[in-house]
Design a protein around this ligand. Structure first.
Ligand code: SF4
Length: 399
């Protein structure tokens, strides 16, 4: 529940990469339209949904005071100050040291935005624009400022972090960026999200191994496990190569936590393809997995494909994937029982501390429940012995 009582301005950031994300964004806007009836405020909606569907939204939701597309925090602040009502232009893809009103234990740092890839199901390149990286210096300055303000975990994000630097430095430069950030002073850790499996290579893996601060967490959305579907999705690596990539990570880093996501119900996905996906998951044994139902997105190649999968079948397939994953994750996470993990303790409840290990990206993964044996300063890094897992969260005691 939000506390909007003291707000003069409310800004809702939106997403629209699949049907569920659109629905969630619209529901959020409708909720705030309701709040506004009780206590008026200036309601601004911004982000990808507006970038993509501005004209329909303006017409259908007149209660919203301002509509802005994808724009930098500086332009946002400027537009809000002037109470601009509509601002949708070419997406601004580079954020220079975004001003922050408060600092929490973790912070997202955008290292690039936009995308030049051509996954056939994805509309993101159409409304986010070309891939554009921030300079290493600019990212370094932002990370330094965040760490000085007490942030303990920096989460590096982009549509595709493996492509980082290709536009600025002529070649993918994520390893170089990680080396620079790793050398910064301060007690913090780095987490890299959204690495494209097709472009994840030995050099990136080595940079994880050589670093002191980069967590052994690999976010690699494979999207499917059937070669036939992968080809239709416009992906390069086949299932064998994807598995080899996963094995190569596990060979060198036994504590690696691999997160992935898959899409079910892609046009033409036959029962045989779905079975191949399940087999793939059984071999890959991801510690974390997201599963989405395919939705037709305007302007994409996949939306033009015939042989759409029935919605009910797609839902059943998603449930089957999630129930299989629950078993597989329990098995994968059990290997940490009895081990010591460094965790970031972030808050306290009546009965336990809430912490995150390298296995747990904020907002999407699980937590570590740490027994409250002593008083701790929060946030802080602590060593914890893992006692148990339910397949999603871990439980442990301070060492
Ligand atoms: S790499 Fe990611 S953002 Fe780019 S087209 Fe593929 S799925 Fe979309």
């Amino acid at each position: 529940m939000y506390n909007v009582d003291e707000a003069d301005i409310v800004v809702i950031d939106t997403c629209c990469f699949i049907e569920d994300a659109k629905r969630e964004s619209i529901d959020e806007i409708l909720d705030f339209i309701e709040y506004k009836k009780q206590k008026p405020f200036f309601l601004c909606v911004k982000g990808c949904l507006v970038q993509r569907y501005a004209s329909q939204l303006v017409e259908e939701l007149p209660e919203v005071d301002a509509w802005y597309g994808v724009l930098s925090p500086y332009r946002l602040a400027e537009a809000l100050e002037k109470k601009v009502r509509f601002l949708v232009e070419e997406p601004e893809t580079v954020y220079e040291c975004a001003p922050r009103s408060k600092f929490s234990s973790y912070a997202y740092v955008k290292i690039a935005d936009g995308c030049d890839r051509s996954c056939t199901f994805c509309a993101i390149p159409a409304f986010k624009g070309r891939f554009k990286s921030r300079s290493i210096e600019s990212i370094e300055a932002e990370v330094r400022e965040l760490v000085q303000n007490g942030v303990k975990e920096i989460v590096l994000v982009a549509q595709d972090t493996t492509a980082y630097g290709i536009d600025l430095y002529g070649k993918p430069s994520l390893p170089k960026l990680l080396r620079v950030l790793d050398s910064l002073e301060g007690e913090f850790r780095l987490r890299v999200m959204y690495m494209h499996p097709d472009h994840f290579d030995e050099e990136i893996l080595s940079s994880f191994c050589d670093s002191r601060k980069v967590l052994h967490y690999f976010d690699l959305p494979v999207q499917h496990g059937s070669d036939e579907v992968l080809v239709k999705m416009g992906r390069i690596k086949k299932s064998e190569e994807l598995l080899e990539m996963i094995f190569s990570i596990r060979r060198v880093l036994s504590d690696a936590a691999i997160r992935s996501s898959v899409i079910v119900g892609f046009p033409g996905e036959k029962e045989k393809n779905f079975e191949e996906l399940l087999e793939f998951l059984k071999v890959a044994k991801f510690e974390r997995l997201g599963c989405f139902i395919y939705s037709d997105e305007e302007g994409t190649v996949a939306s033009e494909l015939q042989d759409k999968v029935d919605e009910e079948i797609a839902k059943e397939r998603m449930e089957e994937v999630l129930s299989l994953q629950a078993e597989l994750a329990k098995e994968s996470l059990s290997r940490f029982v009895g081990e010591e993990l460094e965790v970031l303790v972030e808050r306290s409840t009546k009965n336990y501390y809430v912490a995150r290990s390298h296995l747990d990206a904020p907002e999407v993964d699980g937590i570590v429940q740490v027994r409250k044996d002593v008083n701790l300063n929060l946030p802080s890094f602590q060593l914890v012995r893992i006692l148990d897992t339910d397949g999603f969260d871990l439980k442990g005691v301070l060492v």
